[in-house]
Design a protein around this ligand. Structure first.
Ligand code: SF4
Length: 82
């Protein structure tokens, strides 16, 4: 897969969605969050008032992309993934 140098505003909605999942699929295996931990993180995001349309209002990341990388932390004042 060849990385796209496009901005989201230049992509269709479907391509924007796909680009997030392409990014996740390119995370090296040793940096990928294990599935049970990933689900725990995403469930915490779903309960969080900072989640808006898949984005974290605090850091601006797509939470599925942020949560998929093991070393990343929740940027909230209190780490909601802990
Ligand atoms: S603050 Fe943490 S839990 Fe809330 S949406 Fe952002 S990453 Fe998810």
């Amino acid at each position: 897969m060849r990385p796209c140098r496009c901005l989201l505003r230049e992509l269709s909605e479907a391509d924007s969605y796909k680009s997030v999942y392409d990014y996740i699929s390119l995370i090296p295996p040793d940096l990928k969050t294990e599935p049970p931990e990933l689900e725990k993180r995403l469930e915490a995001c779903k309960r969080c008032s900072s989640l808006v349309n898949g984005l974290c209002r605090i850091c601006g990341c797509f939470v599925e992309a942020r949560a998929a990388k093991k070393p990343n932390r929740c940027p909230g004042e209190k780490d909601m993934w802990d």
